[in-house]
Design a protein around this ligand. Structure first.
Ligand SMILES: Cc1cc2nc3c(=O)[nH]c(=O)nc-3n(C[C@H](O)[C@H](O)[C@H](O)COP(=O)(O)OP(=O)(O)OC[C@H]3O[C@@H](n4cnc5c(N)ncnc54)[C@H](O)[C@@H]3O)c2cc1C
Ligand SMILES: NC(=O)c1ccc[n+]([C@@H]2O[C@H](COP(=O)([O-])OP(=O)(O)OC[C@H]3O[C@@H](n4cnc5c(N)ncnc54)[C@H](O)[C@@H]3O)[C@@H](O)[C@H]2O)c1
Length: 472
């Protein structure tokens, strides 16, 4: 048994753990990084990267089937599903060196490839190594939640951990769960020539502003995705090549089943009770500085309870605790400035409060300004006029922005900057943007905020009248 003493021991080499390890070692800390599975975690191997690569393949197929309004005669593309998966693999392999053991060892990190568990609040064991550290960081991520449905254990099903290895094209993909994973994969698969049915127990994209999610769901339905909402699955069975989901409104049949019903934190196997770290089904309990119930042990990313589960959040958490661990400075992780996007087509992006949340917090003083894509020249030129931005403004500052439409994930960026830096709406209105760009949609929303103040104001009219009459 090898024994190591170090400044910082990080468990999990995914989005959070890798960011922290790279930063900490380059700032002079001795760092041990423990990874039991694949370097790069969920995002690289089973999440963001493969899903976005498959979405790109679907987009390409969709472009070939559409375009008549632009004068391009649509064709029926021949889909090679296995080759699309080759593209997925290629994308992962291209990015993998950046997250690799070799790269981190090159930076000076001691990387241990095994599963870690706590022996006490000062010591962790991983395979044949015991690590004592001044601080521990748990960055073990999450895994798919598989609901306890009668018969499911007898039926082969896919999750995000196996879907991207599937090489035969599903004839009819059933998706249990209409969250971001379910809807992104539904659209990618319908575009790659599968039939797709989503069965959602409550409301699909139910965490989003309903006006925004409805627009995305309508689009998906138009493309042929069947979305059954408020539909509970009572039993699952398989007969030969057919999987059947029994629901109150009748059976739903398909050839493959993807479970996308939410996530569970990877916490149980860490023997956290030995370290005095409290956790529950939502994850490891953390304070505003991401410290667990044991102040020497932090939790970041998907495993931290109550925080949004995104790659950029895990990276942000790494930055927050680096300040506290490396410099002993106070640091807290906020949520109100965190943007995200759902990469359906059209995309859905959000930062800060939705309209309903903002109305609850700010009451009648809240102003909501809107601008539709069909008023943007670039959107018209490209035939992408489906979409909307809504900006929730309180006392001259945006407190939330929702966008659906082409490139919503890109268009949310300046609003994330505005909210993170508490900029006022005039910062957006004062910005000059190139014409014709979709980015002007944001500026037009800021214009919609100022227009009534400028154009409906008797004071403004008086001042202008005075200047015109009296100033030579
Ligand atoms: C299909 C899908 C699509 C997604 N798309 C996006 C997207 O487009 N944009 C976005 O921002 N987010 C997306 N996400 C979410 C994103 O992947 C996660 O939020 C992110 O990976 C969380 O990072 P993390 O560091 O907390 O965990 P992970 O990246 O999952 O890393 C955790 C690591 O810890 C390791 N580990 C676990 N237990 C132990 C142990 N006991 N010992 C040693 N190692 C251990 C695991 O093997 C894993 O490698 C997606 C997720 C999925 C599933
Ligand atoms: N673009 C992105 O950034 C992106 C993409 C994919 C995933 N993610 C991350 O991964 C996380 C997980 O995504 P997800 O879609 O699995 O989770 P989710 O929790 O957002 O959605 C799961 C859905 O499944 C439904 N559900 C649960 N049990 C069910 C059942 N028995 N039958 C039918 N429906 C059921 C829920 O009502 C919910 O709508 C997200 O929260 C997000 O943070 C991000």
């Amino acid at each position: 048994m090898e024994r190591i003493e170090t400044d910082l021991c990080i468990i999990g080499a995914g989005s959070g753990g890798l960011s922290l390890a790279a930063g900490a070692v380059q700032m002079g800390a001795r760092v041990v990084l423990i990874e039991g599975g694949e370097m790069g975690g969920d995002c690289l191997n089973y999440g963001c990267v493969p899903s976005k690569a498959l979405i790109a393949a679907g987009k390409q197929a969709h472009a070939m089937r559409t375009g008549r309004t632009l004068g391009v005669i649509p064709v029926h593309p021949e889909i090679d599903y296995a080759a699309a998966k080759d593209h997925v693999r290629q994308a992962i392999e291209t990015i993998a060196p950046h997250d690799s053991q070799e790269r981190f060892e090159g930076l000076g990190v001691r990387v241990i490839r095994d599963w870690a568990k706590f022996l006490s609040d000062r010591e962790v064991e991983a395979g044949e190594t015991r690590i004592a550290a001044r601080r521990f960081v748990i960055a073990t991520g999450s895994r798919p939640f598989v609901p306890p449905i009668d018969g499911l254990d007898q039926v082969p099903f896919l999750t995000n951990e196996t879907l991207f290895d599937l090489r035969e094209r599903p004839e009819h993909l059933l998706i249990l769960g209409g969250g971001p994973i379910g809807m992104e994969m539904a659209q990618a698969h319908i575009r790659l020539g599968c039939k797709v049915t989503v069965v959602e127990a409550m409301k699909a994209l139910g965490n989003e502003d309903p006006e925004m999610s409805e627009s995305v769901l309508n689009w998906l339905r138009q493309e042929g995705v069947e979305i059954l909402e408020n539909t509970a699955v009572e039993r699952v069975s398989r007969h030969e090549d057919t999987i059947t989901l029994e629901t109150a409104s009748g059976p739903v049949r398909g050839s493959h089943l993807l479970i996308a019903a939410g996530r569970l934190p990877n916490a149980e196997k860490l023997d956290l009770d030995r370290a005095g770290v409290r956790f529950d089904r939502r994850g490891i309990e953390v304070d505003s500085g991401l410290r667990s119930s044991n102040r020497r042990i932090y939790a970041i990313g998907d495993v931290a309870a109550g925080h949004m589960r995104f790659t950029h959040v895990a990276g942000y958490h790494a930055g927050v605790i680096a300040r506290s661990i490396l410099f002993g400075l106070p640091a807290r992780a906020g949520q109100s400035h965190i943007p995200y996007a759902i990469y359906t087509d059209p995309e859905l992006a959000q930062v800060g409060l939705t309209e309903a949340q903002a109305r609850k917090v700010h009451g009648p003083a809240l102003e909501v300004v809107r601008f539709a894509y069909d008023g943007n020249d670039r959107a018209i030129a490209e035939g992408k006029t489906e979409g909307l931005i809504k900006v929730m403004v309180y006392r001259g500052r945006p407190v939330g922005v929702s966008i659906t439409g082409a490139q919503a994930g890109e268009l949310i960026a300046p609003w994330a900057l505005m909210i993170a830096n508490r900029l006022k709406m005039k910062a957006m209105a004062n910005t000059v943007l190139p014409y014709p760009t979709l980015a002007e949609i944001g500026k037009r929303a800021a214009g919609a905020y100022f227009s009534p103040r400028l154009f409906d104001s008797s004071m403004v009219k008086k001042v202008v009248g005075f200047v015109q009459r009296h100033i030579p």
